[in-house]
Design a protein around this ligand. Structure first.
Ligand code: PA5
Length: 463
C-alpha cells in the first residue's frame, strides 16, 4: 500500500540556517525521549487511550455500514448536529473524500451532508428556510451528551420533525452518537428508542473521528470508511515498529516541539496544497490546540504551553497570507500538504497564439500549474528562511486520508509527552461550557452564574 510520507528537508538547518532550522544533532538528541514517549503512549493503548484501537473495531464498522445500508435512498439530507470533535472530522472526511460539489449535485441515491456546528440563528434559521426536516436524517453527536449547542439544536429539530411526522414517525429521522451509559442524550435514546451508536470510553472528542462519531455520516454519504480505517491501521502498524529516523509520527512530533521550544516558532501553519484536504487542516487545528494548549504541566506547574495552529489553502492563500509568511516575523513553521497524483487531468487550450502572456499556458495541464505554484511556495519559504515540511499524499483517497488522521493523532499524543502536558483533557473548553450553562440558567450552576455576574462590568448603554 502506498503510504503518505513526510519530507523534512526544508525544516533543517542545512536548508534554512541554524537560527530557524533544526540541526541533525538537535533532532538526534530527541531520539531517546521520543522513543520513550511513544512507548508511554503505547502502554496506554489498552487502558485509557482506546482511540488507538478504533481502526480495528470491525464489529462497529460493520454495524455502521449496516445502518447506512438500511437507510439508503430514504433521505435527501443528512445533518450532523455536533460541535468541536463531534463535527470537525465529519466535515474533513466529507470535504476530502466526496466530490467538492457533492452537496450541489449528490450522486444518485445519496443524501447531501450538512454539518451545523454553530448555533448562530442565521445559520440554523437559514437551513430551516431552505430544507425540509421531513426529508432529513439528523445525526446528533455528543460524547458528553449534554453540550448546550448540540442539545439546543436537537430540541429544535426534534420538534420540527414531530410536527411534520408525529411522535412515532419522527424517530427514524434521528440517529444519536453518544456515550454508552452516561449523559442526557443516552437517557433520551432510551426513552425514545432512537437508533444510536456509542462513543467508546477512552475516546475523547478530538480523537474520535475514526469512531461512529466520524464514520456514521461518512458512510451515509458513500465514503469508503473501510478504506479510511485500513489506512489508519497501516499507519499505526508502521509507526509501532519503524525506527526513529523512518517514523513520521516521531519526526513530526519532535519537529513541532523543537520549532516552538528551541526556534521560537509559536505558530504552526498547515498549508494545504489540495482543495479537498483543506478541512483536514481545521481538524488538525483543534487536535493540536486542545491537546497541547495547556496552563499547567502534568506535574501541576503553571507553564502556559501550546502552539497556535493556522490553516492556509494553496494556491488561494498565496494571494492572501503568503506575503506575511515570506517576509513577516520568524514566528511560524509550515506543513505543506501536497498530492502527487490528482484524479483529474485538465488540459488548457490555446486561444491567442500571438499573445505570449496567455500562450505559454496552452497545452499545459492545470495540475502542472498547481504543482509549480506549490513548489514555488516551497522554494520561496525556504529561501526566506522559513522552515517547512511536506506531508506527501500519493493521491487523495480513503487510505491516505486514514493514514494522515492516525499519523497526526499519534504525533499529538507523543507531543503531549514531549511538552509534558496532558494531551487528553480540555479544562479550558469545559470552563466555557460551564459558563454557558450558568448563563443560560441551568440548574446546578447557580453559584457559577453568581460569580460571573459579580465579576462582569455593568453593561453600559450607548446611544
Ligand atoms: O475535543 C473535545 O473534547 C471537544 O472539542 C468536544 O468534542 C466538543 O466540546 C463537543 O463535546 P461533546 O461531544 O461532548 O458534545
Amino acid at each position: 500500500m502506498d503510504r503518505i510520507t513526510l519530507d523534512v528537508t526544508n525544516a533543517m538547518a542545512a536548508a534554512v540556517g541554524p537560527d530557524h532550522g533544526v540541526g541533525s544533532d538537535e533532532l538526534a538528541a530527541l531520539r531517546e525521549p521520543a522513543v520513550q514517549a511513544l512507548a508511554a503512549v503505547e502502554a496506554r493503548r489498552v487502558q485509557d487511550l482506546r482511540w488507538m484501537d478504533l481502526p480495528y473495531a470491525n464489529d462497529v464498522h460493520d454495524e455502521v455500514l449496516g445502518y447506512a445500508a438500511s437507510v439508503t435512498g430514504r433521505f435527501r439530507n443528512v445533518v450532523v448536529l455536533g460541535i468541536g470533535g463531534s463535527a470537525l472530522g465529519n466535515t474533513a472526511l466529507h470535504a476530502a473524500l466526496s466530490s467538492p460539489f457533492h452537496d450541489l449535485a449528490p450522486p444518485p441515491g445519496l443524501p447531501r451532508l450538512f454539518v451545523l456546528d454553530n448555533v448562530d440563528p442565521d445559520l440554523v434559521g437559514e437551513w430551516l428556510d431552505h430544507f425540509d426536516p421531513a426529508e432529513t436524517l439528523f445525526n446528533v453527536i455528543s460524547k458528553s451528551g449534554g453540550t448546550a449547542e448540540t442539545m439546543s439544536q436537537f430540541l429544535l429539530f426534534r420538534e420540527r420533525l414531530v410536527q411534520a411526522l408525529g411522535e412515532e414517525g419522527h424517530r427514524e429521522h434521528i440517529v444519536i452518537t453518544t456515550d454508552e451509559t452516561k449523559g442526557i442524550l443516552r437517557e433520551i435514546v432510551e426513552r425514545e428508542g432512537y437508533h444510536s451508536f456509542v462513543v467508546p470510553d477512552g475516546v475523547g472528542g478530538r480523537f474520535s473521528v475514526l469512531s461512529p462519531v466520524g464514520l456514521v455520516s461518512s458512510a451515509l454519504v458513500g465514503i469508503d470508511i473501510k478504506g479510511v480505517l485500513a489506512g489508519a491501521a497501516s499507519m499505526d502498524e508502521f509507526c509501532r515498529d519503524a525506527s526513529f529516523e523512518e517514523n513520521p509520527v516521531l519526526t513530526y512530533a519532535c519537529l513541532q516541539w523543537l520549532m516552538q521550544e528551541q526556534k521560537s516558532k509559536n505558530v504552526a501553519v498547515t498549508f494545504s496544497y489540495s482543495h479537498r484536504l483543506r478541512d483536514l487542516a481545521d481538524w488538525y487545528a483543534q487536535l493540536l490546540a486542545e491537546s497541547i494548549g495547556k496552563r499547567t504541566s502534568r506535574g501541576g506547574d503553571v507553564v502556559h504551553k501550546g502552539p497556535t495552529p493556522v490553516r492556509a489553502v494553496g494556491v488561494t492563500d498565496q494571494h492572501s497570507q503568503m506575503q506575511l509568511y515570506a517576509e513577516g516575523p520568524f514566528d511560524k513553521w509550515f506543513t505543506l500538504l501536497s498530492v502527487t497524483q490528482p484524479d483529474h487531468a485538465v488540459p488548457l487550450p490555446s486561444a491567442y497564439p500571438d499573445l505570449e502572456g496567455a500562450e505559454y499556458l496552452a497545452g499545459r495541464d492545470l495540475g502542472e500549474l498547481f504543482r509549480a505554484e506549490r513548489e514555488g511556495t516551497r522554494v520561496a519559504l525556504t529561501e526566506a528562511g522559513r522552515p517547512n515540511v511536506s506531508i506527501v499524499f500519493p493521491r487523495v483517497d480513503a487510505r491516505s486520508v486514514g493514514q494522515y488522521l492516525m499519523m497526526m493523532e499519534l504525533a499529538v499524543a507523543v507531543m503531549g509527552e514531549l511538552y509534558d502536558v496532558d494531551a487528553f483533557d480540555q479544562p479550558g473548553v469545559e470552563a466555557g461550557k460551564v459558563a454557558a450553562y450558568a448563563l443560560m440558567g441551568r440548574a446546578g450552576y447557580e453559584t457559577r452564574r453568581a460569580e460571573i455576574e459579580a465579576s462582569s462590568p455593568t453593561e453600559k448603554k450607548t446611544s
